[in-house]
Design a protein around this ligand. Sequence first.
Ligand code: SAM
Ligand code: SF4
Length: 427
Amino acid sequence: MIPWTTTSTSPPTSASAAEVVGSARSFDALPLAQDRPEEAEGRLEGLAVPGETILSLYVHVPFCETKCAYCDFASWAGRGGEEEAWLGRIERELALRGQQADKPLYSVFLGGGTPSALSEKGLERLCRAIGEHFLFQPQMEWSMEANPVSLTPAKLGIAKDHGVNRISIGVQSFEPQLLRRMGRAHDADQAREALDLVAGSGLRYSADQIFALPGQTLSQFLSSLRTLLAWNPSHVSFYGLTMEPGTEFWKQHEAGQLSEADEDLYADMYAQGVECLADAGICRYEVSNFAKLGDECRHNEAYWDTRSSWLAAGNAAHGYTPHLRWRNPRGLTAWSNWADEHFPMKGLIAEELDVEQRWTEEWFLGLRQSKGVDLARMSVEFPSKVPPKPAIARRIASGHVEVAGNQLRLTGDGWLLLDAIAVELSG
Ligand SMILES: C[S@@+](CC[C@H](N)C(=O)[O-])C[C@H]1O[C@@H](n2cnc3c(N)ncnc32)[C@H](O)[C@@H]1O
Ligand code: SF4
């Protein structure tokens, strides 16, 4: 049971990298209500987390060294002066979230934004607050996102001392001109140094790359991936560039100064990227995430399992428990004001998912994972719904999906049609 008190409360979790897939974002697949419906309000006041669910924590750090040209995450450059005030507020929110946790955490994810952009003192305070307010399961996974420009041996040491055991580092590319075009704060050498640092730390680590960047060639993308493999990572994420309204890339696109990658090039980059990693034993377990067996990100997997729950803290953070989700105010100033008002319930955007929404969500979340949708579980959880047999048969015939045992999963070019197939099969 997670008691949602009426004094100071509110929820959290958002995904950053975890939200982005090739062409879609998990929470965008289903619209969030703009107002809090009555039924959601009731659930939030006395939120009960089913006993058997696992519980995770997401903390959103809104600071970045530069604002990258493609990124519309709730993060800002040039606001480091607000760190001290942010720390005070996030400590208060973590204290509340800790009261709401009814069990030791299965996973923690420090995302953003850029957690490594915090000062050493700031990172120390953040990690300490998490340790003070939560219990951890013995095998708990604690990830921290980092930018090569700000991950230092000292910060890595602080994180490690407090229990961080997995680093996700934003490399994006090793091509100097692409890094500049993206507005990244680091160059290729700094990315190499950061990889040396994490690879020598004994921690699990992952690296992000982006493909379908403006002007990027297939060989540039594959060469960046191969360069990364020299560090023998056990986890890699690569994301097809999505053009997000309001970003610098979006503005350039609107002004006709940037064109999106051609569909065939996009498809080739994705397929050959998958193959390149598979040759190194790093296999796709989700549309944009690849790991050696056993090194999958457990926190990500919890996001994609509708039976898990997660708490979260910070601006734009999303929380979830079956079948209710909610979101903290998005802007740093809006969240700060809300924190200063003691996190009133009315500050949340919340939504109780009905059967139709849950059905759709199961298809989207199941299909994006290599294991696919568990049809047997679907028939138990949705006795009133029937999978669309003719549509499934058509997609099997076209080689886009396959059924193995109880699992219906994407195959071949089906991965490039994830959104369309999910809409078709859930409709
Ligand atoms: C929070 S950042 C990772 C940590 C750190 N902030 C950094 O960028 O180095 C999350 C990741 O999402 C990916 N990403 C963000 N916006 C994207 C977009 N519009 N298209 C594709 N990938 C994107 C990038 O690969 C980025 O590394
Ligand atoms: S550093 Fe990461 S979170 Fe910050 S703007 Fe760039 S991609 Fe987005």
